[in-house]
Ligand binder design. Structure first.
Ligand code: CP
Length: 306
């Protein structure tokens, strides 16, 4: 059982709760692999996805997760809602509460927006990515994919390369992986490494080879051009050449180390096309893990109320 009303991030989530979400997520994934998509866990519940930023994977995945468990689902995107007429986040939340929504899944460009919403609504709030802060369901689906492949997270070495500064995925993964006993190495241009990340448990490496040496998992992160106000590296071509993940770099990792990426991928920039489509890639597997782990999150949030 989860102790909080909401799922806002992994920084504060106890390791036991992360484990519980992964345990239930593994069971959900087994059902999905058998093409079982009609479960009763959320019957009579309503789920609203409230997205102030673009998304393919996360929004669709939460919607399918809720529908597969029998919930009523409504999707709101800021572009086509009363937000455009000036309605505040808190007022939007109160409106959704008045409609008896049980769960609000929110993505917002401002870090902390889901926490503000959570304080002001009765509904459970799930953070689907807030600015550069956290993206807990992405990290949980990444960990589910790792656990499925290796049996356990403890003792794994996970190398994360890319735009760490702007990445909520990197932060949530760091919090979750460290809690479950993994080692996390990171590498990026200095301009894309946030101050203080080492205090959060990451090992910042001086070369990409050092970061990937002996890794079980190599995760590329998207270059988030939409959040960069100034050039943090000279060009995408140079980024790819000096900081990207390619076949030669993967030779430093363990044999058959997994290649992962949260998506969307800039093909040929963060990862080569050969790696994205190769045998050790788990990028499509991550997508299926996403539905499973989100089913687990929605179920565990409301379990006691059903
Ligand atoms: N990984 C991820 O959050 O993808 P979307 O932006 O497509 O949701």
């Amino acid at each position: 059982m989860l102790k909080d009303k909401d799922i806002l991030g992994l920084r504060e989530m106890p390791a036991e709760e992360i484990d519980e979400i992964l345990d239930v997520g593994m069971s959900m994934k087994k059902l999905l692999k058998q093409n079982i998509k009609k479960l009763p866990h959320l019957q009579g519940k309503s789920v609203t996805t409230l997205f102030y930023e673009n998304s393919t994977r996360t929004r669709c995945s939460f919607e399918l997760a809720a529908k597969y468990m029998g919930a009523h689902v409504v999707n709101i995107s800021a572009d086509s809602s009363s937000v455009k007429k000036g309605e505040t986040l808190v007022d939007t939340g109160k409106t959704l509460d008045a409609m008896k929504n049980d769960i609000i899944v929110i993505r917002h460009p401002m870090g902390g927006a889901p926490a503000l919403l959570a304080k002001t609504v009765k509904a459970h709030v799930v953070n689907a990515g807030d600015g550069m802060n956290e993206h807990p369901s992405q990290a949980l689906l990444d960990m589910l994919t790792m656990r499925e492949n290796f049996g356990s997270i403890e003792g794994l070495k996970v190398a994360i390369l890319g735009d760490i500064s702007h990445s909520r995925v990197a932060k949530s993964n760091l919090f979750g992986l460290k809690k479950l006993g993994a080692e996390v190495t990171m590498y990026a241009p200095r301009t894309l490494i946030p101050t203080g990340i080492e205090r959060m448990g990451a090992k910042i490496c001086r070369s990409r080879e050092e970061a990937v040496e002996g890794a079980d998992v190599v995760m590329g992160l998207r270059i988030q051009l939409e959040r960069q106000h100034a050039g943090n590296f000279p060009s995408l071509g140079e980024y790819s050449k000096f900081y990207g993940v390619n076949e030669a770099l993967m030779k430093y990792a363990k044999p058959n180390a997994l290649v992962m990426h949260p998506g969307p991928v800039n093909r040929g920039v963060e990862l080569t096309s050969g790696l994205i489509d190769g045998e050790t890639s788990r990028i499509e597997e991550q997508v299926l893990s996403g539905i499973a782990v989100r089913m687990s999150m929605l179920f565990l949030l409301t379990k006691e109320e059903i």
